[in-house]
Design a protein. Structure first.
Length: 418
């Protein structure tokens, strides 16, 4: 689908560019064409005026004049003038060329065969422009001008355009394909994530729904028994319902965070105090799991943001650290200011996270150990929620790990008191 979309984009882009290039060329060619033929017409009139002055006034027969007098000044243009009578018979030649009369007869016939007084024709590989004007006593004068070089400009312009257009279209094709691929890549990634998200949600909902449906069938098949006799099936239904409720609430929370117009209440608050409150809440759980806690919280670290949301991030990271810390391991909690930034880091010893997983742990529903996470009641949404909250506060969250040693989650937030 995305390949077809890219190809349609490329074709549309090339069509638009081709039309623009053609329009630009036609404009340039039209201006050049007009200028070339204007110069040709001007030169024909100049030769005609010069020839009229050389011929003299009325009353002098044209055949009595110098038959070899050149019409224009030398080295100005390649031209000649023919004078014909009313029947079209050639009676006078004014030319600097020593050409056979057959050449001039052919030129005269080519000019007279046109129905117009001006035009161009090709003869012996040379392009000639001509203009027919009345001469003395019923005679006609035909001025011929070599326009091979002028028309060659127009021809070369066409060939140049075709060559340049071909090269440009090839170049633009590869450039457009490069940018099209880059433009479609995030769309494809978002589409793939959406597909994966829908599949993950369906999978997570399928298990509790199956459990609920099975337990309801058990209840219905034992209608004669009392509620006390079937209370365990009701507990199973309640447990799975609560799991579905947590999942639904997490998804709604993510959707609210992703909604850019969602208005949160921000204020300046003591982040050091907020972090200590979370640590006090989690301290008993940490020691119950036989884990040592080390912490270093710099006092009076103030942030501008939502206190409850950022406390939730700390709670998520601590809960994650507790789950994956090895027996008799430790958790190191650090909060400090550094160069107008607040740096919070939580390190726990344990199995660590391999390189193939470290780049995806913030994706929704992604779990490095799916079976262990489900056993602990998780859905793989905690880190995704933490990342969304931190990004909403214009901060950054990252993770690094040494396999079989430790994992560290780091958060950078803009400091309001630095």
């Amino acid at each position: 689908m995305f390949k077809q979309l890219r190809n349609k984009f490329l074709i549309l882009n090339l069509i638009i560019i081709s039309i623009l290039m053609l329009a630009a060329f036609l404009s340039i060619y039209g201006l050049t064409y007009t200028n070339v033929y204007r110069d040709i017409d001007r030169e024909l009139h100049r030769i005609s005026e010069f020839s009229r002055k050389k011929d003299g006034g009325p009353g002098q027969p044209p055949l009595d004049r110098d038959l070899n007098s050149p019409p224009p000044p030398p080295n100005r243009s390649v031209s000649f003038v023919l004078i014909t009578d009313g029947e079209g018979t050639l009676v006078h030649i004014a030319s600097i060329f020593d050409m056979d009369n057959t050449f001039y007869e052919s030129a005269k016939e080519a000019a007279l065969s046109r129905d117009t007084n001006t035009g161009t024709f090709k003869m012996d590989g040379t392009y000639w422009a001509f203009m027919t004007r009345p001469h003395f006593d019923g005679y006609n004068k035909i001025i011929f001008l070599d326009v091979t070089s002028q028309l060659g400009i127009l021809t070369n312009l066409i060939y140049t355009f075709l060559a340049v257009a071909l090269i440009m279209l090839i170049f633009i094709f590869f450039i457009s394909r490069f940018f099209a691929n880059r433009s479609i890549k995030p769309i494809k990634e978002a589409f793939d994530k959406q597909k994966q998200f829908i599949a993950d949600v369906s999978h997570e909902l399928k298990t509790p729904l199956t459990v609920i449906n099975t337990n309801v069938d058990v209840l219905l098949s034992n209608r004669q028994e009392s509620i006390n006799d079937q209370v365990k099936w009701l507990h199973y239904i309640k447990s799975e319902t609560e799991r579905m409720t947590r999942l639904t609430n997490d998804l709604l929370y993510l959707a609210q965070i992703d909604y850019s117009n969602m208005k949160m209440i921000y204020s300046n608050f003591d982040f050091s105090e907020a972090a200590e409150d979370v640590l006090l809440t989690m301290e008993a759980v940490i020691f119950e799991n036989n884990i040592s806690l080390q912490y270093n919280i710099e006092p009076n670290v103030f942030l501008y943001g939502n206190r409850e949301q950022l406390q939730q991030v700390i709670m998520i990271l601590l809960d994650n650290a507790i789950k994956y810390t090895n027996n008799q391991g430790y958790i190191d909690f650090s909060l400090k200011k550094s160069h107008h930034q607040v740096i919070l880091s939580i390190t726990n010893t344990g199995e660590g996270i391999s390189g193939e997983h470290i780049g995806r742990i913030f994706d929704r529903f992604y779990r490095t150990d799916a079976s262990r996470s489900r056993a602990g009641g998780g859905y793989g949404l905690g880190l995704a929620i933490a990342k969304a909250i931190i990004e909403q506060h214009k901060g950054k969250i990252s993770a690094k790990s040494v396999v079989s040693q430790s994992t560290t989650f780091s958060i950078e937030l803009p400091c309001s008191s630095c």
